[in-house]
Write a protein that binds this ligand. Sequence first.
Ligand SMILES: *[C@@H]1O[C@H](CO)[C@@H](O)[C@H](O)[C@H]1NC(C)=O
Ligand SMILES: *[C@@H]1O[C@H](CO)[C@@H](O)[C@H](O)[C@H]1NC(C)=O
Ligand SMILES: *[C@@H]1O[C@H](CO)[C@@H](O)[C@H](O)[C@H]1NC(C)=O
Ligand SMILES: *[C@@H]1O[C@H](CO)[C@@H](O)[C@H](O)[C@H]1NC(C)=O
Ligand SMILES: *[C@@H]1O[C@H](CO)[C@@H](O)[C@H](O)[C@H]1NC(C)=O
Ligand SMILES: *[C@@H]1O[C@H](CO)[C@@H](O)[C@H](O)[C@H]1NC(C)=O
Ligand SMILES: *[C@@H]1O[C@H](CO)[C@@H](O)[C@H](O)[C@H]1NC(C)=O
Ligand SMILES: *[C@@H]1O[C@H](CO)[C@@H](O)[C@H](O)[C@H]1NC(C)=O
Ligand SMILES: *[C@@H]1O[C@H](CO)[C@@H](O)[C@H](O)[C@H]1NC(C)=O
Ligand SMILES: *[C@@H]1O[C@H](CO)[C@@H](O)[C@H](O)[C@H]1NC(C)=O
Length: 499
Amino acid sequence: MAVPPFVLLLIFVGCASTVTSDQDPFIGVNIGTDLSDMPHPTQVVALLKAQNIRHIRLYNTDRGMLVALANTGIQVIVSVPNEQLLGIGQSNSTAANWVSQNVIAHYPATNITGISVGSEVLTALPNAAPILVNALKFIHSALVASNLDRQIKVSTPLSSSIILDSFPPSQAFFNKSLNPVLVPMLNFLQSTGSYLMLNVYPYYDYMQSNGVIPLDYALFKPLPSNKEAVDANTLLHYTNVFDATVDATYFAMAFLNFTNIPVVVTETGWPSKGDSNEPDATLVNANTYNSNLIRHVLNKTGTPKHPGIAVSTYIYELYNEDTKAGPLSEKNWGLFDASGSPIYILHLTGSGSVLANDTTNQTYCTAKEGADPKMLQAALDWACGVGKVDCSPLMQGESCYEPDTVSAHATYAFDTYYHQMGKAPGSCDFNGVAAVTTTNPGHGSCIFSGSLGRNATSVNVTAPSMNSTTSGSPAGNHYTSMSCFLLWMKVLVWIALFL
Ligand SMILES: *[C@@H]1O[C@H](CO)[C@@H](O)[C@H](O)[C@H]1NC(C)=O
Ligand SMILES: *[C@@H]1O[C@H](CO)[C@@H](O)[C@H](O)[C@H]1NC(C)=O
Ligand SMILES: *[C@@H]1O[C@H](CO)[C@@H](O)[C@H](O)[C@H]1NC(C)=O
Ligand SMILES: *[C@@H]1O[C@H](CO)[C@@H](O)[C@H](O)[C@H]1NC(C)=O
Ligand SMILES: *[C@@H]1O[C@H](CO)[C@@H](O)[C@H](O)[C@H]1NC(C)=O
Ligand SMILES: *[C@@H]1O[C@H](CO)[C@@H](O)[C@H](O)[C@H]1NC(C)=O
Ligand SMILES: *[C@@H]1O[C@H](CO)[C@@H](O)[C@H](O)[C@H]1NC(C)=O
Ligand SMILES: *[C@@H]1O[C@H](CO)[C@@H](O)[C@H](O)[C@H]1NC(C)=O
Ligand SMILES: *[C@@H]1O[C@H](CO)[C@@H](O)[C@H](O)[C@H]1NC(C)=O
Ligand SMILES: *[C@@H]1O[C@H](CO)[C@@H](O)[C@H](O)[C@H]1NC(C)=O
């Protein structure tokens, strides 16, 4: 089939792109406040410091928080809540007052570096769309008047749902009915040296895809290279939904001739608990997503379209918000509970210092509750064989024989392997039947590695990798090829429409 001319045009537009960045990417955290026992601002700041979180986004301009953040060096994005948007977008003096009371009053002691004007306005509050660009301009003018427009950038978070046909990324475009707002908005971002704020939720993309998007692809888990999603126009390989969404955004901007506006992801994350119809909102998946995300962002990988270009990202969110309405998952996006205890311990060994409180040596690897016994047995066999775990304590009469269940024996073997590997990322997965926990699974005379403080430096083993093929889990591969097929069909349909 001949390549249709518009594909060539898109490739050309893609190549002409000039997004540049000389900054290192960072990980920030959003701080929502719908908690029945919201910690005092000084406690919030203490947690941020203990976790070495240097970038945050607030959903308002809470005075207590802005005061507590003074002289901490923490960089802060403050927000105009959607409720205040109409007033600000209709009156430059209202905007100027807002900036003076909520920004200038705290700066520079509190290092406010950005103002997010509204939240997902085009999708959450479409009635306010006509005044959104004015609101951005009025806020910006007030900063110019105080000579703070270079230090403090103004933008507005967009939902990635306004990008249509986001795979393949090279054919993505913004919902055209929003162009009357988006074009002046992008002009504003470009002329003020600001950036596009984007909310990216692979969890929802995955949930809504009816199996088309494989879970591993949403969670940044490695896919066999022949199963990666390939953009037929650019031949770029996509290994995760996050990168594909960010690139789709670059392409959607390029489609409107904007090629030099950087993207900052203002929200992304994964819920750690959900209702019975949200089976993938789990501790393990939330941990996997956020751990992989942090490593991916901080590793300066960039995206396939713009390798090495920083895509700084704010995780949603610091605390579980127990008073949020909606499904159970809505209350469980947090990294910490109100007391500041981690909901799960991220696997961040060797990936910088953010969110890497050194509690990792208190973690253990256990067989997941309800895991398929055949898969557990296969993983147990693997750990005691290829994995080089000394499984002699599991023999009859030895310290860890009782209880004689595949789950208990697998837990012993998984945990020992996990510690032999120095708790390396991915070393407690075993094709999804294992999970990290902070509860010591040892019992009686059966003592687990974690409680002895053994680690990889004291055990000299090479790290074999347990392939998905080695323990025979066909499901993932099936869905992956299915998805590539469907994605291809989508491309073909798209091409057909334009011929
Ligand atoms: C607000 O707008 C009016 C008229 O458009 C203009 O005269 C005035 O200078 C503006 N004020 C500020 C603070 O920008
Ligand atoms: C705020 O943070 C930026 C980035 O690190 C830094 O360049 C700037 O000096 C800081 N501003 C204040 C007022 O501390
Ligand atoms: C595009 O945006 C319009 C206006 O907000 C909305 O009515 C329409 O459903 C959107 N189209 C798609 C495909 O999302
Ligand atoms: C982008 O630029 C090209 C070439 O200057 C022009 O033909 C096209 O109409 C522009 N597209 C938009 C959406 O402005
Ligand atoms: C970072 O990327 C490099 C290659 O660009 C890779 O070798 C390295 O393993 C990555 N590190 C992490 C922690 O992902
Ligand atoms: C982080 O580590 C410090 C010092 O070890 C400890 O006091 C603090 O409680 C830890 N925070 C969390 C959330 O684990
Ligand atoms: C981590 O392990 C070391 C030695 O194994 C121990 O001294 C230290 O107390 C442990 N840290 C925590 C937070 O348990
Ligand atoms: C664990 O490893 C660290 C260095 O990675 C080392 O300092 C520590 O002594 C080790 N602990 C034990 C119990 O071997
Ligand atoms: C680990 O094993 C390798 C090869 O078997 C050996 O060269 C190395 O010295 C060993 N390291 C330690 C700390 O024993
Ligand atoms: C893992 O799979 C790759 C190819 O998919 C294969 O080359 C390699 O030997 C496998 N490793 C193990 C430990 O089975």
